[in-house]
Design a protein around this ligand. Structure first.
Ligand SMILES: [Zn+2]
Length: 188
């Protein structure tokens, strides 16, 4: 008999074979059903990480899962990884033809709100903000994008800071220490 229940992060995940593939759900919240082929996206939701980017469907019922389990990472985990990489002395290289991940900006700013200096490790609280607002000609370049908490972002809205020049200089200096180009665009 194929195995039908898996422990994922201490929660029971139930899987059933259907004609088209598999369907599965967390037993304690059975309203949300992951259907179809249990492809990569579903497995990631369920907490599995494909070993290769091209990872294919899980084979349930065989001797082994083809996916490794990885608990969801918090912002702090990701930030710590980034710092660890930096501490090896290697500067990360950022591909110029791809936008910078938001996370790079959060890490560059030490996960501190650029305006109130509060540490934010809550993905629902942390936002990116344009130092010079788009409506005033600000771009998505790394020297114009800062980490902001939700409250400051709302408060600042479309206004310009009095000490704008100094603030931009702070960002340029942070960019230099991380090896980020000032004109590298950030993904939104
Ligand atoms: Zn703030």
């Amino acid at each position: 008999m194929p195995k039908t229940e898996y422990d994922i992060d201490g929660k029971l995940f139930h899987v059933e074979k259907v004609d088209t593939g598999w369907r599965g759900w967390f037993v304690e919240s059975d309203q949300e059903i992951y259907e179809g082929q249990l492809k990569k996206e579903v497995l990631i939701i369920a907490g599995y990480k494909p070993p290769r980017p091209s990872g294919i469907c899980i084979t349930i019922g065989s001797s082994q899962l083809q996916y490794e389990y990885s608990p969801p990472r918090t912002m702090q985990d990701a930030y710590q990884d980034f710092l660890n990489r930096l501490s090896t002395g290697k500067k990360p290289s950022f591909k110029k033809d791809k936008p910078l991940f938001k996370f790079v900006i959060f890490a560059r700013d030490n996960c501190l709100c650029f305006y109130c200096n509060r540490f934010i490790d809550d993905s629902t609280e942390v936002q990116l903000d344009h130092l010079i607002p788009r409506s005033q000609g600000g771009t998505d370049a790394s020297s114009n994008i800062v980490t902001s908490c939700k409250i400051c972002n709302m408060k600042k809205s479309n206004s310009l800071l009095d000490d704008l020049e100094d603030r931009i200089e702070v960002l340029r200096s942070r960019n230099r220490s991380y090896g980020i180009d000032d004109d590298h665009l950030v993904e939104f």
